[in-house]
Design a binder for this molecule. Structure first.
Ligand code: ADP
Length: 495
């Protein structure tokens, strides 16, 4: 392999990989966009309710933790206030027989516990008495170093241990002993409280997430009836208006009311559509007969008109062809109106397709002056259909093949058997149909780009072909390539 080939192949491969990756990204973005569509009522309701719930639960959790903290320290605070109040009296009692400093030490010893520490600092900043536990460096160094201790008991975080501390001036027998310091160890309580707060936070977050999910699911379920209404109104066709009905017994009252209104609107639309169809059918019927007579008279004048001038003959020929075209249009409209209202009758019988196609090809060959080749893979392929309507279908397709291809190009009809199905294909090598319009050519009055349509037409032919084919239990598809030609394929179950 040449180096340039290798480089080319690598570039193509890289482009393909990039294309697939960007397609995947687009799909993901679309899905994410659908789920988090900020304009959707579901997302707005879910976010709104979840935010209110989060605010409510968050405030409740904050209030609970503040209250717990208060309850936890309030007993200790009361205790410390009580000690600070009675301490000078205790010192006074002890110092009746011994010096004031020794009395203070005695009072400290009697009031100190493992968690309750007391010390006195004289006016020069020297510690004159202290609880025995403060002699241990790891406690003493930390507590005695705390500066600006407030007079109201306050929680102090001292390198991971928590103390409730307060300081108050100490005067006994009018002697100023300095400042009395009280410290209560609340580390155990505080750690327990922190654990509790952490668990409360986690529980609140889980509760908010669970609530949001439940709310989202509930809103989604409540929205289902609305989705049904939107699906029905998006897919309903004019012909099925009378069959469309919204059955939303489980829906909320507001949606049920909407469904009833939509149902009533569908009934009114269906009636209006029915009136329109009847009018169209009646008008077509009333106009067809006189026009057929007019066309017949013109034809007979033309046949016997030896004394007509060339100009008169030309005018009458145009008038006859326009009258014929209009009669054909009225006939098509009548057929469609009948099919719509289910009044079209099919005389189903055994049809040997080989014979019928030969006959149709012969007829078409005569009026179009084109060679139509018939190829058949089996001597007798039979189906159940209305032979008259099937001829109408095939003539319509051959007529299109003639109209939309050059005179020197071939037109072929292929007859085949495949998977218990009879397959008829009408092929031409004409102008073809653009891919994006192939899905629409069976619609009523749809014509591909008027400028291409040299031959006159109404845009009704293929919609009649489809209606008749499906009415007889078959189906029709098209395969076409621009400027290469078109193949219309009809399938019927074999007899
Ligand atoms: P029309 O009366 O215009 O032929 P049809 O319903 O038969 O109406 O066809 C609809 C449109 O489909 C036509 O206007 C034409 O543009 C296109 N079409 C139908 N058959 C062919 C064909 N064999 N080749 C190319 N275009 C076709």
């Amino acid at each position: 392999m040449e180096l340039s080939d290798l480089v080319n192949q690598t570039t193509i491969f890289r482009r393909k990989v990039n294309h697939v990756a960007s397609q995947k990204k687009d799909r993901l973005a679309k899905t994410v966009g659908k789920v988090f569509d900020t304009a959707s009522l579901k997302v707005r309701l879910t976010v709104g309710i979840a935010a209110v719930a989060a605010l409510g639960l968050g405030s409740l959790a904050a209030w609970t933790s503040a209250k717990m903290q208060h309850i936890l320290v309030s007993t200790h605070k009361e205790n410390m206030d009580y000690i600070a109040g009675r301490f000078p009296m205790d010192v006074e009692i002890y110092s009746e027989m011994i010096p004031l400093e020794t009395g203070a030490q005695r009072a400290i010893d009697s009031l100190s516990t493992k968690d309750q520490l007391i010390w006195i600092e004289n006016t020069t900043g020297k510690i004159t008495a202290r609880s025995t536990a403060l002699n241990k460096a790891e406690i003493g160094n930390i507590l005695l170093a705390v500066k600006n201790v407030p007079s109201i008991p306050t929680v102090q975080d001292l390198n991971g241990s928590y103390w409730l501390m307060c300081a108050t001036p100490l005067k006994v027998k009018d002697v100023n002993l300095g400042t009395l310091y009280l410290a209560h160890n609340i580390t155990e309580n505080q750690v327990m409280f922190r654990h509790l707060i952490r668990s409360l936070t986690v529980a609140t977050i889980i509760a908010i997430a669970a609530m949001t999910m439940i709310i989202a699911l509930y809103i989604d379920r409540s929205m289902q009836p609305l989705k049904k209404v939107s699906q029905l109104t998006a897919t309903i066709s004019a012909d099925k208006l009378d069959q469309a009905h919204l059955n939303l017994e489980q829906a909320p009252t507001e949606v049920k009311e909407l469904a009833q209104t939509v149902d009533q609107m569908l009934v009114r639309l269906s009636e209006a559509w029915e009136h329109q169809r009847e009018l169209l059918s009646n008008v077509s019927h009333e106009l067809r007969t006189p026009l057929t007579i007019v066309s017949g008279y013109i034809q007979s004048i033309l046949r016997r008109g030896d004394n007509l001038s060339e100009m008169q003959k030309e005018a009458l020929t145009i008038a006859a062809s326009e009258a014929d075209r209009t009669v054909q249009l009225l006939q098509d409209l009548l057929d469609l109106a009948r099919a719509d209202s289910g009044r079209i009758q099919f005389q189903s019988e055994k049809v040997v397709l080989n014979d019928l196609i030969q006959e149709v090809a012969g007829m078409a060959q005569q009026y179009s002056k084109r060679t139509i080749t018939v190829n058949s893979s089996a001597p007798e392929i039979a189906i159940k259909a209305d032979s008259h309507r099937l001829k109408q279908v095939l003539l319509n397709l051959i007529d299109n093949a003639v109209k939309y291809s050059d005179a020197q190009t071939p037109i072929t009809i292929e007859l085949d058997k495949h998977n218990n199905q009879a397959v008829i294909q009408v092929c031409d090598r004409g102008v073809g149909i653009p891919l994006q319009q192939q899905g629409r050519i069976f619609e009523r009055f749809f014509r591909v780009d008027e400028s291409r349509n040299r031959a006159g037409g109404t845009g009704l032919g293929l919609s009649i072909v489809k209606t008749l084919t499906e009415g007889m239990g078959g189906n029709i598809t098209v395969r076409s390539q621009l400027n290469q030609g078109s193949t219309f394929t009809i399938n019927f179950s074999l007899l």
